[in-house]
Design a protein around this ligand. Structure first.
Ligand code: LMR
Length: 394
């Protein structure tokens, strides 16, 4: 039987991770996978997470199953962080997921069940696992213009032009904040226009929010999602705690459904629960429990927010520094977009050959489309990167 198996395409980001690990060079710089690193190159366990784990170790009295949709307290705490009071609670349904990826997978399955002929519209470019999951689940997809390679900003006119082709029953995948891989984001007035178009077309937004708190702040980063939530009758929101709680390996995420009314929300809830049961039964609980404890405890929450803010402002400083170093070396402001972008990533705009030269000649690893993880830098490595960018001729 296994002889029928064909080799699967390699995930570019995962392949780059192994390539970096195998590189024996000292001073190599990893700007690949989207994992936060502090200036010492460590991905720390956040203080509030450690504190919650201590309490949990003392108090947890059972490892028995929670609910199929996870602990409802987790759903309420995380959906509140994302949506605040933008939607009445009785229109919400939710199910805990193994990470943001699990939430996306389940959302696509739900779309397939509800609207088998749906096309899912993806930004060009998007996180490579989006099209990969959609293809795996056999759902139609197409792209809308998003990034202008010249200005390295959102091509909003192109986006709106393309989204005019959306049909009723389709889904439009949007990045809630900190667009991956480009770092270029919609303004609030642009979110408003997108929301109006989606309503006009009778489509359903699927919002991937994996970096809340990494861009302009916890509230600011959720503003677009909340605006959509207030405007549309139906939406799906895939939220991840991997990055903003730094609990990558705990696989902690949530899929939230917004339905038109309470009765429909009940049916959506049943379907989300059913999908969990079919795919993995009970979702992982450890990370979800830590997040709930942090969000429900004033002291822990304040400490988590303070540390997240340090992470966010640290990345902003690195952006400013890199844009400044490049300004000094090129005598132009053509890399100013790096300071304007938000979140963990910026798409540099280098050719595949230049990305390869950065890796081979300078030991600098970024994804082939020239996505760089800003959090992989520190004050000392920023000038090294700037020098290399100029040397390879970007
Ligand atoms: C990334 O984009 O690098 C992260 O979201 C990690 C992943 O799973 O690809």
């Amino acid at each position: 039987m296994f002889t029928n198996l064909k080799e699967q395409p390699k995930d570019k980001i995962m392949a780059l991770m192994s390539q970096y690990r195998e590189d024996p060079r000292e001073g190599k710089i990893d700007l690949g996978v989207g994992v936060y690193k502090n200036p010492q190159g460590v991905t720390p366990v956040m203080r509030a997470v450690k504190a919650a784990e201590k309490v949990l170790w003392e108090l947890e009295s059972t490892k028995s199953y929670t609910g199929l949709a996870g602990d409802p307290a987790f759903g309420h705490a995380l959906s509140d962080l994302v949506l605040a009071d933008s939607v009445p609670a009785d229109r919400l349904s939710m199910a805990a997921q193994p990470g943001g990826t699990g939430a996306i997978h389940q959302a696509v399955e739900l779309i397939k069940m509800a609207s088998p002929d749906a096309t899912i519209w993806l930004s060009a470019p998007t996180w490579p696992n989006h099209p990969s999951i959609i293809k795996h689940l056999g759902v139609n997809m197409t792209e809308y213009r998003y990034f202008d390679n010249e200005s390295r900003a959102v091509d909003f006119d192109g986006m709106m032009e393309d989204l005019k082709g959306v049909k009723a029953g389709d889904a439009v995948l949007l990045h809630g904040c900190c667009h991956n891989p480009t770092g270029a984001n919609l303004t609030l007035p642009q979110w408003k226009e997108v929301a109006a178009l989606i309503v006009e077309k009778g489509a359903t937004p699927l919002i991937d929010i994996a970096y809340q708190g990494f861009g302009d702040g916890l509230e600011e980063d959720a503003a677009g999602v909340r605006l959509i939530a207030q405007t549309v009758p139906e939406a799906l929101i895939a939220a991840s705690c991997s990055k903003n709680f730094g609990i990558y390996r705990e696989r902690t995420g949530l899929l939230v459904g917004i339905s038109d009314n309470a009765q429909q929300a009940g049916i959506t809830q049943q379907n989300l629960t059913h999908l969990n049961r079919q795919n993995f039964s009970f979702p992982p609980d450890h990370g979800a429990r830590l997040v709930t404890m942090i969000l429900e405890d004033e002291g822990l929450k304040a400490d988590w927010m303070a540390e997240l803010e340090e992470v966010r402002t640290g990345m902003l400083k690195l952006r400013e520094q890199l844009a400044g170093e490049l300004r000094a070396r090129t005598g132009s402001d053509r890399f100013g977009f790096i300071a304007d972008h938000r979140g963990m990533f910026s798409r540099l705009g280098a050719t595949p050959e230049q990305v390869e030269a950065l890796r081979v000649d300078h030991g600098i690893y970024m994804v082939g489309d020239s996505r760089m993880n800003i959090a992989g830098l520190n004050e000392e490595t920023v000038p090294i990167l700037a020098e290399a960018i100029v040397k390879v001729g970007v």
